[in-house]
Design a protein around this ligand. Structure first.
Ligand SMILES: [Zn+2]
Length: 280
């Protein structure tokens, strides 16, 4: 059977609490031989590490998601250093910039009536974005110090994210996870020494742009992931996603690239092994 890795899963989410062992078994049965569980704050990172200790084929990434920035401590660096010492913590993240989901505020209309919550604007939006940038920078700094790479989340913030990665070029590489842009953005990421990873979105009918990117991304520069519990591929679209479904993603990607599953398996697993040096 062709082996694949799920390089981005959220096994610590409550969605998986009831049947985690079965999910891991199903993944194994489908040939998914490694699963990387991604932290979204300190507690989540610790839960990911606990799972990596419990299951031999599970690894962890420790970090703080940009959309949770308002709950983050001012300085996360010492916590990141401590968590990164664990033998199964293979990278830092997910970190990055997300301008898509700005915090909502409640305001009153001029007549004093309650209006619908609206995203922050102006100075408030700027301050929020700067906070995300500082948190992102802390991950990059510690990653450079420890020789680890970063799992990058970006949404509606490609330019600023590329600028931040430019500054650590040659010291830290990123994987732009759930890559959903076209070939031009993909090439700019690769120029910085970073790579991308593709989710179940590649199987969606309306995702031709992403399939164009898949076609244009050379082997060695992309990995596979589910981002489960989100983004289940066709034919499971809309349901809870799980690591076993990397199989469906791999099938479509092999078709788009015109290669065998065997080649795709060998290429994506070796890319992951190089990107996550502690993934044994
Ligand atoms: Zn994620």
């Amino acid at each position: 059977m062709d082996m694949f890795y799920d390089t981005h899963a959220h096994l610590d989410y409550p969605d998986f609490e009831a049947d985690l062992s079965e999910i891991i078994e199903r993944a194994r049965g489908a040939g998914i031989s490694r699963i990387i569980s991604i932290g979204t704050d300190l507690e989540s990172s610790r839960r990911a590490i606990a799972m990596a200790e419990r299951f031999e084929n599970v690894f962890a990434v420790a970090g703080w998601h940009p959309t949770n920035v308002n709950e983050a401590p001012k300085d996360l660096r010492d916590d990141l250093r401590t968590l990164a010492k664990h033998p199964k913590v293979v990278a830092l993240g997910e970190t990055g910039l997300d301008y898509h989901r700005l915090p909502l505020i409640l305001s009153l209309s001029p007549k004093g009536e309650r209006e619908d919550p609206a995203p922050v604007t102006g100075d408030e939006a700027q301050i929020y974005k700067q906070k995300q940038a500082r948190l992102f920078e802390q991950h990059l700094e510690v990653a450079a110090e420890l020789g680890l790479n970063c799992v990058i989340h970006q949404r509606d913030a490609m330019e600023d994210t590329l600028k931040m990665m430019e500054r650590v070029k040659g010291r830290v590489r990123g994987v732009f996870h759930c890559f959903s842009d076209g070939p031009a953005a993909m090439r700019r990421i690769l120029d910085l020494g970073s790579i991308v990873s593709y989710t179940g979105i590649v199987t969606f009918k309306n995702a031709q742009t992403i399939r164009d990117s898949v076609q244009a991304t050379p082997f060695g520069s992309f990995m596979l992931e589910t981002d489960c519990p989100y983004l289940a591929p066709v034919p499971y679209r809309g349901k809870r996603c799980e690591p076993a479904y990397v199989k469906e993603i791999a099938t479509v990607i092999a078709e788009v690239k015109g290669c065998t599953l065997e080649t795709l398996s060998a290429e994506t697993c070796s890319t992951a092994a190089k990107f996550f040096p502690k993934l044994s």
